[in-house]
Each structure stands twice: as structure tokens, then as C-alpha cells.
Design a protein around this ligand. Structure first.
Ligand code: FAD
Length: 377
């Protein structure tokens, strides 16, 4: 797919930063389970923390293809940074899409400038693939709402200043799910726990609790009962972004494999001379290219205003599963070296897995695709 001059320039700048500045920090951040705030500051300098913020509020308001270019390159450097930016971007997109002018004026310029950081709190301990089962409530009062409940697996949970929150306004009615925004420093908002994860360890994934949190009426972003529709609309873009990040991660695994296969010698020749290794590289390249085509096709449709839900799911399903397979083969090509830190392929292998889980598992993406085919979407 053709990139415009501007998109290609953005790709080149970000690729250099990914290689020179982000990737060298990945191992240490993974081991220490610490998000690199200086890298976030670097993204702020490049204005990419405002990619989904309209121009009048200080953002870049990029099209979906540019958005994919940005996420692909950042994830080439470190998936945890791409994930943090992806969720922040979803939060700004929610306010830009559903907030009123006063709310946008109040929050978007600062969020575009990188802080406060956004979180997107949909999942709960007993409501993951089925968010309608959520039990968090936003009980209406005279001039606002009182929030109570627990949100699970919340990316940017520790770092965030603004939480896009989904809650039922009527405890017994799953159709009452509504979207709100909640400043993270309000009384009653608590980071209950930070998860210790297989991969993506530099990203803060947290359980958040809301205990009688009082918010004004103006922090309600959608009509009562329109919260899940709004979430799914924003998740279409998010899923294309995850697909792009999976492409970036897989490219990194492929590049390392090509280099290693030519350097490492066994039986007096580079292992790249063995047909088995060549076929692994060929499989990687083919899956990577197919992932990229699906991802950028979904982005093109989004940019052209065409229906995108099925294509976003196809891109997310295929690219994330391909990234897991490519990272797996990268470890295999590296042999024992690939199984130990600090080789990057070891981390890429652990990081890749989460892409098939968050923002809708592979099984849920397949369900969405089939529903479209069967006319049930
Ligand atoms: C690192 C990380 C970061 C995350 N960040 C966020 C975040 O910022 N905000 C947020 O809201 N959530 C976040 N999530 C949550 C994520 O979106 C959920 O984990 C995901 O939606 C799956 O939900 P679950 O974990 O409850 O699994 P479950 O829904 O319990 O699913 C368990 C298994 O059953 C399968 N399954 C479930 N229903 C069906 C079905 N109908 N048909 C076929 N198979 C099915 C699933 O595919 C899966 O294999 C994050 C998760 C992780 C791991």
C-alpha cells in the first residue's frame, strides 16, 4: 500500500526512534516492570499523544492509515509503549467523539499534550468477553452520579489521570450501560492491584476500584444505555491499532531472525543455508505481509467511511495470531539463545501473546466476522 510523503516521513522518524531510543530500553523496562516515562515524554515532543484529538484542541487528528504507521513503528520498539499510547488514544477519541464542547475544552488540550494520561475501563473480573455482564453502577443523583464497582485489567491503571468508565445506571438492567469519564484523582478511586504478567511487563495493567465516587452530570459522555455501542465504535479503531502493533512486533522478530540466521554457524555454515530455516523465514515474511495488507485495508476502509467492523476484526484476528507464530519461530531460529533474556526474541514471544487477548480475544473476533457473514451483525 502506498503511503503519502507525510506518512512515509512519519514512519521514518518513528522507526529511527524505535530502533535508537525505544528498543534499547525494552529489556530493562520489562525486567523492572516499569513504564519508561522518558519515552512517553519523547512521544509528547512528537505530538503523537494527540493523534486522535481534533486540531482545534491541539491534536494531530490523523487518518487511520497514519495511525497504523505510528503504532506499527512504536511497537517495533516496544509493545508496552504502543499499548499505553493506544489506550490513551482511545480515551481521547471517546472524549472527542462523545464529549460536549466544554468537556473537550477542559480535557483534550492537556491530554493531547501527553498528560493527563487516559485509561479505558470496560472489563471487570466477571465481565470480559461479555461486557453486558458488568456490575459497576453509576447511580443517578440530583446533580450527577455515584460510581461503585471494580474494573479489571486496566492499561495505564497506575499512570492515568482520566478514566473512560462504563457502568450501569440501573443495577438490574444490562441495557443501561453508559459511558462516563472519571478523573482518577477523585476520592474513592483506588489502584487496588498491579498485575504481574507473562509479557507486556512494562505496561501497568491494574485492577481499579470505585467506592462511592461522585461525578457531576457533565461527565456522562453518552446517552443512558448507549455506552456499549460507543465502546464498540471506539474499539473498531483500537483493533486496527492492535493489528498494526502486531505487525510492528512481528517485523522486529523477523528482522532479528534474518540477521541471526546469517550470523550463526553450525555444521560449518550459516544456519540460513539450511532449507528448513529458509522456509521458516519465508513463512514469517508471508504471514507478515498478509497481516499488513489486512491491517491497512481495514484502515483504508475506515478513512473512506466504509463499514469497518468486520475488517477490523479480520485484521486483529489474523495479525495477532500471525505475530504469535512469527515470534515463536523467531525463538526457534535463535535456538537456546532465543530462550534466554536479554535476547529480544524471548520478550517478543512473551509480549506477542497478549495481542490475541486484549480488545477482544481471537474467538470474539471470529464470532464478529461470522456474524457479518451470516447477516446477524
Ligand atoms: C495485558 C492486558 C491489558 C488489558 N487492558 C484492558 C484495558 O485497558 N481496558 C479494558 O477494559 N480491558 C483490558 N483488558 C481486558 C481484555 O480486553 C480481556 O481480558 C478480554 O476481553 C477477555 O476477557 P476475559 O479475560 O475476561 O476472558 P473471558 O471472556 O473469560 O474469556 C476466556 C476464554 O473464553 C473465550 N470465550 C469467551 N466468550 C466466548 C464466546 N462467546 N465464544 C467463544 N469463546 C469465548 C475467550 O476467547 C477466552 O479464550 C486487558 C487484558 C490484558 C491481559
Amino acid at each position: 500500500m502506498e503511503l503519502t510523503g507525510e506518512q512515509a516521513a512519519m514512519r521514518d522518524v518513528l522507526h529511527e526512534i524505535a530502533v535508537e531510543e525505544i528498543r534499547p530500553r525494552a529489556q530493562e523496562c520489562d525486567q523492572e516492570q516499569r513504564f519508561p516515562e522518558d519515552i512517553w515524554d519523547r512521544l509528547v515532543e512528537l505530538d503523537v499523544t494527540g493523534i486522535s484529538v481534533p486540531l482545534e484542541y491541539g491534536g494531530l487528528d490523523v487518518d487511520r492509515r497514519t495511525y497504523c504507521v505510528i503504532f506499527e513503528e512504536i511497537a517495533y520498539g516496544m509493545l508496552a509503549v504502543g499499548t499505553a499510547l493506544g489506550v490513551h488514544t482511545m480515551a481521547t477519541a471517546c472524549i472527542a467523539r462523545f464529549g460536549d464542547d466544554e468537556l473537550k475544552e477542559e480535557w483534550l488540550p492537556e491530554m493531547a499534550a501527553g498528560r493527563p494520561i487516559g485509561a479505558f475501563a470496560l472489563s471487570e473480573p466477571h465481565a470480559g468477553s461479555n461486557p453486558r455482564a458488568m456490575t459497576t453502577t453509576a447511580e443517578p443523583t440530583e446533580d450527577g452520579y455515584v460510581i461503585n464497582g471494580t474494573k479489571q485489567w486496566i492499561t495505564n491503571g497506575e499512570r492515568c489521570g482520566v478514566i473512560i468508565l462504563f457502568a450501569r445506571t440501573d443495577r438490574g438492567d444490562p441495557d443501561s450501560v453508559t459511558q462516563f469519564m472519571v478523573p482518577a484523582d477523585l476520592d474513592g478511586v483506588t489502584v487496588e492491584r498491579k498485575e504481574d504478567k507473562l509479557g507486556l511487563r512494562a505496561s501497568d495493567t491494574c485492577q481499579l476500584t470505585f467506592d462511592d465516587v461522585v461525578i457531576p452530570e457533565r461527565y456522562r459522555l453518552t446517552e443512558v444505555g448507549r455506552g456499549l455501542k460507543a465502546a464498540f465504535e471506539i474499539l473498531n479503531g483500537g483493533r486496527i491499532g492492535i493489528a498494526a502493533q502486531s505487525v510492528g512486533l512481528a517485523r522486529c522478530a523477523r528482522d532479528d531472525s534474518v540477521t541471526y540466521a546469517q550470523d550463526r554457524e553450525q555444521f560449518d555454515q550459516p544456519i540460513a543455508e539450511f532449507q528448513t530455516i529458509q522456509h521458516k523465514l519465508a513463512d514469517m515474511e508471508t504471514k507478515l505481509t498478509a497481516s499488513k495488507l489486512l491491517t491497512y485495508e481495514a484502515a483504508r476502509r475506515d478513512d473512506e467511511g466504509l463499514p469497518v467492523a468486520k475488517h477490523a476484526s479480520m485484521a486483529k484476528y489474523f495479525a495477532t495470531e500471525a505475530a504469535v507464530e512469527i515470534a515463536n519461530e523467531a525463538v526457534q531460529i535463535h535456538g537456546g539463545t532465543g530462550y534466554v533474556s536479554p535476547t529480544d526474541v524471548e520478550r517478543l514471544y512473551r509480549d506477542a501473546k497478549v495481542t490475541t487477548i486484549y480488545e477482544g480475544t481471537t474467538q470474539i473476533q471470529k464470532t464478529i466476522i461470522a456474524r457479518h457473514l451470516l447477516g446477524r451483525a
